[in-house]
Design a protein around this ligand. Structure first.
Ligand SMILES: Cc1cc2nc3c(=O)[nH]c(=O)nc-3n(C[C@H](O)[C@H](O)[C@H](O)COP(=O)(O)OP(=O)(O)OC[C@H]3O[C@@H](n4cnc5c(N)ncnc54)[C@H](O)[C@@H]3O)c2cc1C
Length: 387
């Protein structure tokens, strides 16, 4: 008989898992409190990279993520991905200090075998002819990096799973979880009980609340508010203009700004590629997009008539150490959870490895460092330290 798997969450992680598990023969149901790809996966810079990531195991996990996107894109003719735009990332330097930092970064990446090329100012201008950067010193090209159109990825994968027999139930909020059973509530107030051989929680920032109904403390961070402790997760601001002939050909990063083409023919921009770090209740948030658009226009005069159409506040899905959690919650293998930052980069690789673990119990070596035991070890050590 087919193994039944219930996935909670239709973000980039849940949709990728739904597709992979269905292709491997499981009977999959996905429930989401809202629509496909509408939470953090809609408010992301979506840069696929393993650039400057640490520790080593996380850097490698991200590299495997990038390679999994490449594989999916290569199989495009056979119904593979149309969402990974592998256009490369150009980082520019306008001061000697910035150039020195880029030189060091390129050296470090080259030593690890991660593709990175140092660029002269002339090289940068050749790659980005519309860029008008005063005092341009040079830069670096990371040719394998790119960005993902997350809405197309999420909806294509969930549609493909449904066409192959999976069930998708939007607007069902999980209110309780127990081994092999979730309780959900619809906007009409209908309560449903759904059972499965395995339940996989891929509910992003929802995992913590769902698991608290079973008395389990899941180690992800709450978004920061002013005055809260520094350990909490920051909020990122992601803005997108309407369609524009910008001439921006790559992901482009300069001091205080990151930009890339967007799915609507406009430009998506942020103060940092991962959207900066803001308190959720900081009123300055709403002044940031206009200031950043000025910076974009300074570098690309071709953007002078562009207007911001969409601003999203993204709340990071952040395990306490800022990395990834992919692990069984219950030892009897009835309940699994995934929560990660860099989820756009990691989704395709996590789908392959988590599906394997859920269906066969075999844990991929790249997940070894990303289990839950590292948090209990940390808290036991901290407790011992206070005694
Ligand atoms: C500003 C910003 C910039 C980023 N930039 C990058 C980047 O450049 N590159 C990169 O790789 N990553 C980036 N990330 C991280 C990446 O976007 C996330 O790791 C990823 O989107 C998380 O996907 P997810 O599927 O786990 O969560 P989500 O997309 O949040 O999906 C979770 C789903 O679960 C559902 N859900 C929640 N609670 C319940 C419940 N109780 N019942 C039913 N359903 C529920 C939600 O409705 C949602 O659809 C960025 C994140 C932010 C915030």
């Amino acid at each position: 008989m087919k193994q039944t798997v219930l996935i909670v969450g239709a973000g980039i992680i849940g949709c990728s898992l739904a597709d992979e598990l269905t292709r491997r023969g499981a009977a999959v149901t996905v429930v989401d409190a809202a629509e496909v790809g509408s939470a953090t996966s809609a408010a992301t810079f979506a840069w696929v990279n393993s650039n400057d990531k640490s520790p080593h195991e996380y850097s490698r996990l991200n590299l495997l993520g990038l390679q999994a996107h490449e594989r999916a894109a290569r199989s495009a003719g056979k119904g593979g991905s149309r969402w990974f735009h592998q256009i490369g990332n150009v980082q520019i330097a306008q001061t000697d200090d910035e150039m020195a930092a880029i030189e060091l970064q390129v050296q470090q990446h080259a030593a690890k075998g991660y593709e990175a090329q140092l660029l002269s100012a002339a090289n940068v201008r050749a790659l980005e002819p519309s860029l008008q950067a005063p005092r341009l010193k040079g830069g670096a090209l990371f040719p394998k990096e790119g960005w993902v159109d997350t809405l197309t990825m999420c909806s294509s994968l969930v549609n493909r799973a449904v066409e192959a027999g999976a069930v998708f139930a939007p607007y069902e909020t999980v209110t309780n979880v127990q081994p092999n059973l979730v309780t959900t509530r619809t906007p009409d107030g209908d309560v449903r009980h759904r059972t499965a051989d395995v339940i996989v929680l891929a509910a992003g920032n929802g995992n913590r609340g769902i698991l608290s109904t079973a008395g389990i403390d899941f180690p992800t961070l709450e978004p920061t508010r002013s005055g809260s402790s520094g350990k909490d997760s920051g909020v990122g601001i992601i803005s997108t203009t309407g369609p524009v002939r910008s001439g921006i050909r790559h992901i482009v990063r300069a001091e205080g700004i990151a930009m890339r083409p967007a799915r609507n023919g406009g430009i998506t921009f942020a103060d940092h590629p991962t959207g900066g770090k803001w308190d959720l209740d900081d009123p300055r948030i709403w002044t940031v997009p206009a200031l950043l658009l000025d910076r974009v226009r300074e570098l690309y005069p071709s953007m002078k008539d562009a207007a911001t159409e969409n601003v999203r506040l993204g709340i990071r899905v952040l395990p306490e150490d800022g990395l990834t959690i992919a692990d069984w919650i219950i030892d009897d293998h009835s309940l699994y959870a995934v929560a990660t930052h860099s989820g756009v980069t990691l989704a395709a690789h996590l789908a392959e490895t988590v599906a394997e673990e859920v269906l066969t119990g075999t844990r991929h070596e790249s997940l070894e460092s990303f289990g839950l035991s590292r948090f209990s070890v940390a808290s036991e050590t901290a407790e011992a330290g206070t005694k």
